[in-house]
Design a protein around this ligand. Structure first.
Ligand SMILES: Nc1ncnc2c1ncn2[C@@H]1O[C@H](COP(=O)(O)OP(=O)(O)OP(=O)(O)O)[C@@H](O)[C@H]1O
Ligand SMILES: [Mg+2]
Length: 482
């Protein structure tokens, strides 16, 4: 059998050369062109076993070609490459029927792996759903880091299947935004998107919230009320903070997912569940499973497609674009137009962002609202960041003989009082825990004279966990004391 032939279309000659060499070394035959018209002619003539095409070409957009290729030759797979690596490019290429989308610059090894997969994949991709209108202007997600490209590709791939998705990420990384994008670009986009936050509902009400209740099912149930499962019928049910779901509700949810139907609280007739589930959590569910707080079988039911949203500090290259976007939005909301100078961006990149994108969003809004300057410099950003990090001014004085938790309570009240102007930060939980964690680790370390192995043993922490916490909390390490 002759080696498979790859048709390469890209108006950039150097990319054609690189691809021709790499594919040739891997044993493929290659025909390359810089024009969409030539590519189309080859396809019409029955040439090639795989198409590798760029999006922007002088004569025609490569993406527009894909549905035509798929109609003419359903077995010929198309891999789309693009330097315009936004969520929309990823979604469009999936909806056009492309086999895979590859943001530029790409890794040659990854390219070869995709080519091999595309050549061996058997059945044709499902018929593409009609693409939504031109929405480039109101893209929901910003950022062009490699990490975000991965997210866009996952979202794009998921537009053609109703798979269950588990989104994991720290607070403020955009979990809900991704869940909404999955719905809005997915097959159920005409249906409702219903969100329910497990951490925000009293545990004894969760089951009735999810599955509804009959009249008289419990005191105060005055009429039959449908639950979120029923409301989301035909659409998507977003189970936010799934890690906070109480055990009984977990068992019930698992049964519904297994059986595909549920009954309301106090009801008998089973109702068919017709929802696509997207779950999200900031917790480490594997740890919760080990601690007996989360059902392992439920986890595997939900974790069909895991998506991990990286913290902002792991993708600082996205900060300028995000900051620009939030300043533009503040301007659209009637605040003055602002821009950041290079020094300001430097300060933003160096910050640790415990509140992630939400923290950046709030900061940009504050800057736009509070500072008259048109161009914002490093000092303003540094001052704003210092302001949030400053300890609350004077908590009420210590009481003699007070318990530890009373003391914590007193400090927390002081913290809230200090932010009574309504400018409450959005990462209080992490911040307060860090307040406790840091002195705990520091004191233990000074007791063990800097010996991390002994400190870990005393704390009952894994050594690597302790090391990570020391790094994350930026606790100075003093060596050679022991
Ligand atoms: N990539 C992004 N592009 C633009 N805006 C973003 C992005 N990621 C997050 N945001 C914005 O940041 C804020 C927080 O996002 P979101 O509510 O989705 O986070 P979350 O992970 O659900 O947070 P939490 O765990 O606190 O619920 C929102 O206002 C959202 O619009
Ligand atoms: Mg959220």
């Amino acid at each position: 059998m002759p080696p498979p032939t790859i048709l390469v279309a890209d108006d950039d000659r150097s990319i054609r050369t690189v691809l021709t060499q790499a594919l040739g070394r891997a044993g493929y035959q290659v025909r390359s062109t810089g024009s969409a018209a030539t590519l189309w002619r080859w396809v019409e003539e029955g040439e090639g076993d795989l198409v590798l095409t760029d999006v922007v070409m002088p004569d025609e957009n490569g993406l527009d070609l894909v549905p035509r290729i798929r109609r003419l030759r359903p077995d010929l797979r198309v891999v789309v490459m693009s330097a315009q690596s936004t969520l929309m490019t990823a979604v469009r290429s999936a909806q056009s029927g492309a086999f895979e989308y590859l943001p530029k610059p790409f890794d040659l090894a990854e390219l070869l792996a995709i080519v091999a997969r595309a050549l061996t994949a058997r059945s044709a991709a499902p018929a593409p759903p009609p693409a939504p209108g031109d929405e480039d202007a109101k893209l929901p997600l910003f950022g062009r880091s490699a990490a975000m490209q991965e997210i866009y590709r996952s979202i794009a791939r998921l537009t053609t299947a109703d798979l269950t998705v588990m989104i994991h990420g720290e607070s403020g990384t955009g979990k809900e935004l991704v869940a909404r994008a999955l719905h809005n670009y997915g097959r159920r986009r005409a249906g409702p998107f219903i969100a329910i936050n497990m951490a925000a509902i009293p545990r004894e009400l969760i089951e009735s919230e999810l599955f509804g209740h009959e009249r008289g099912a419990f005191t105060g149930a005055l009429s039959r009320t449908p639950g979120r499962f029923e409301q989301a019928s035909g659409g998507t049910l977003f189970l936010d903070e799934i890690g906070d779901m109480p055990p009984e509700a977990q068992t019930r949810l698992l049964r519904v997912l297994q059986e595909g139907e549920f009954t309301s609280v106090g009801g008998r007739a089973p109702i068919r569940a017709n929802v696509r589930i997207i779950a999200a959590t900031h917790r480490d569910l594997r740890l919760a499973i080990r601690n007996g707080q989360f059902r392992e079988d439920l986890f595997y039911r939900l974790n069909v497609v895991p998506i991990r949203l990286p913290p902002l500090r792991e993708r600082t290259e996205d900060i300028p674009l995000l900051a620009r976007h939030f300043l533009d939005r503040a301007r659209d909301d009637g605040l003055d137009a602002k821009s950041l100078d290079a020094g300001a961006l430097e300060v933003l990149r160096a910050h640790r962002w415990p509140g992630n994108v939400r923290e950046l969003e709030n900061l940009m809004r504050r800057v736009a609202a509070l500072h008259p300057q048109e161009v914002i410099g490093a000092e303003i950003i540094a001052a704003e960041l210092a302001e949030i990090l400053a300890p609350p001014p004077g908590p009420p004085a210590e009481q003699p003989g007070e318990t530890f938790s009373r003391a914590v309570e007193r400090h927390i009240s002081g913290f809230f009082a200090a932010h009574a102007d309504g400018n409450l930060p959005t990462d209080i939980y992490d911040r307060i825990l860090a307040e406790v964690e840091r002195p705990l680790i520091q004191t233990t370390l000074s007791l063990t004279r800097g010996n991390q192995i002994r400190a870990a043993a005393m704390l009952g922490l894994n050594r690597n966990t302790l090391r990570k916490k020391i790094r994350d909390l930026e606790i100075p390490v003093i060596r050679g004391l022991g």
